[in-house]
Every structure is written in C-alpha cells, then in structure tokens.
Design a protein around this ligand. Sequence first.
Ligand code: HEC
Ligand code: HEC
Length: 345
Amino acid sequence: MPLRRFLALRLLIGVGLLSAVWGAADRCDAAQVAPVLAPTEMRPSKTEKVGEAASEQGATHKDIEAPKNAPLSDEEARIQLGRRLFYDADLSGDGSMACASCHEQRHAFSDGMATHAGITDEPGVRNVPSLGNVGAFKTLTWLDQHITTLEQQVGTPVFGHVPVEMGMPDGATLLRRVSADACYRKLFAQAFKNENGRIDAQTVPKALAAFERTLTSANSLWDQARREKAHLPDAAQQGEALFFGRGHCASCHSGFLLSDQSFHSINAARPMRIRTPSLRNVGVTAPYLHDGSAPTLRDALVAHTQSPALSAKEEKALEAFLHTLTDTDFLHNPALSLPPEQCPV
Ligand code: HEC
Ligand code: HEC
C-alpha cells in the first residue's frame, strides 16, 4: 500500500476509535476549528535563576546546569502527565479553558459558581462538583448512572455538545496538539511503556484519571477529631450528633464520602433523582445542589423538604459541623496544584 494511503487509513481508524472510546458527539468541520492560541495563563513559564547563585561563587552561569530530577516511576509519570493535562488549556478548542478552569483546587476542585459557561459562552447546565475523592465514586456526575469510570468521563467535558464545555472539535485535533509538545512525548514514553508511549484515545484519559485518583481528601478537622488528634467545637459536636441522629442525614450522606452513592429526590416538588453528593469540603463548594440553586448551606438544608424540621439553632449546629469537613491540606497540597512549566522528565 502506498505510504500516503496507509497514513490516511491510519488516521481514519484513529478517528473512529476516538469516537468510540470518547463517545465524541458530532464532529465539526476542520474549517470551523479556531486557531490554536499560545499556551494560556494556565501554565505560566517559570524563569530559572541558577545564574545568580553561580556568580556568587565565582563560577560563570554556563558552568551550572539545572538539577536533573530524580527519575519518576511509571505510575508517578502517569500522575504528573495527568496533572499537566488537567491544567492545560490546549485541551479546549480555542486554547482558553482547562479542566482546572472549572475544577479549582481552592474550591476543592469545584468553582464557586452556580454553573460555568464553556468556551462558546453557552451557559452551563449543572453545578461543577468537587473532585475530592472522586476516585471512590462508582458512578460519575450528578444524574448519569452510566458513566462509571474516570477514563470514560473525560470525553464529556472535552468533546461534549450539551452543553459545550471545552469544545474540542475532534480527537485527532486533540492528539495532534498533545503530540506536538516535546514534554508530553517524553512523559507518555515513560508513563505508557507497554503502549510504546502512544498518545491516543486510551492513554490520554488514563493519564487524566491517574491524576484524578490522587485527589484524595481525608484530613479535615472532623477526621482529625475522629483520630483524637483534634477537638471539635461544641456547636460542631451538636451538629455531628444531629447529623448522625435525629436529622437522619447519614441515611443518605453515609460512609467515608458522606454519600451512599445512590440516587434520591430530596424535594417532592423536584422528583429528579440526584446522586447524593459527598459532603467533604462542602464549606468551600458553594453554591449547592445539582443546578447550583442553593447559594448557602442553609439554603441547601432547607431544600431537603423531606427531612425532619429543624430549629434555627439546630441548623446553625449542622452548618458548624459541615464546616469541620473542610480539609485545608487538600486545598493547599502543592502536588495537586498548577504544575511547574519545567518538564518533570
Ligand atoms: C466548563 C466547566 C467544566 C470543565 C472545563 C470541566 N468540567 Fe468536569 N464537570 C463540570 C460539570 C458541570 C460537571 C457535572 C456534570 C453533570 O453532572 O452533568 C462536571 C463533572 C466532572 C466529573 C464527575 C465528578 C463527580 O463527582 O461525579 C469529573 C470526574 C470531571 N468533571 C472531570 C473533569 C476533567 C478531567 C476535565 C478536563 C478534561 C473537566 N472535568 C472539565 C464542569 C466542567
Ligand atoms: C434522602 C437522602 C438524603 C437525606 C436524608 C439528606 N440528604 Fe442532603 N442531599 C441529598 C441529595 C440527593 C442531594 C443533592 C440534591 C440536588 O442536588 O438537587 C443532597 C444535597 C445536600 C447538600 C448540598 C451539597 C452540595 O454539594 O451541593 C448538603 C449540604 C446536604 N445535602 C446536607 C444534608 C444534611 C445536613 C442532611 C440532614 C439534615 C441531609 N443532607 C439529608 C440526599 C439526602
């Protein structure tokens, strides 16, 4: 087969596979693709200052090399790769939006808005959920019962049309962009040795998912109190007792996640069944509910019309308890933040 035909075929097969794996919605014409912008503010460059230290000791800056990083394990390379992808706006059609644009660390990887418009300014439909401990969820998103793996979920924000979020026209464009970056090529080579470092519809989602599985949050004040390393304030203790007692909150908000991972309607006026959200870090993820319609914790509580009636004092106690679920280590963990520009391999 002539080489050109072979390559054209490879490309077609590639695109077909992508649609299958990523469930890409309708693909747009290549002509509609906005030009790729320069890397955005998502990844600011870091100027190295090794030269300054060098001159103090009389050496010239040319003698000094940036230290080589200790070699990464394959799994660590996968995580670092996923982290870079997570913060990379090149994963969006016009280079303006990264996963981290909506999933911000300081909000436990949610965003502080009721909904978040995508690159075309089409309004968002659902509230951006926190990604804290997202690896522990058996189904993903507020409503969908069919998205069961993080790998599978990646296609929705990247290629989704209802609503458009990152607006990537098709898988081939995404792979072309990622492959054009020398650091990505090195990271894929290290992270996916069995796949010969291939940058494809399997490895890109696998890397993102590997990073997402490191988003664990288990060191809130409440966790520390349970390990007898801290003491909960009185109001929070009363709230905790209500939560697990008369308030019946833990009949749905149960276990480590404070979610039974089942689907419930909390309000007779809204019969739609929603996956019980985790309440970890709920103090920094306002506004609340699947549509972002509850601006405050109190509004979220009041929306549970089937829960036992609570006095104002009891509501306050519950709120005090919910605030002890904030894990400040998680919100500031440097391993989860915007990665340095310098390639880790
Ligand atoms: C425009 C904002 C936006 C961007 C960009 C975005 N997301 Fe999301 N994300 C959302 C919204 C909104 C939901 C909830 C969707 C729903 O329930 O229908 C969500 C849900 C999720 C979930 C499910 C969480 C759960 O608790 O079930 C994961 C995982 C996720 N996003 C990961 C990502 C990754 C990875 C990227 C980048 C490839 C990304 N998101 C980009 C808005 C965004
Ligand atoms: C029948 C199961 C159930 C019970 C009982 C229950 N919840 Fe919920 N809770 C849910 C579901 C489902 C949602 C999401 C509803 C939505 O998004 O429309 C939710 C949402 C919340 C939210 C908003 C979280 C967010 O991220 O948006 C808070 C806070 C909350 N519940 C606290 C409580 C407290 C406190 C109690 C006890 C007084 C309680 N819940 C009782 C199922 C329950």
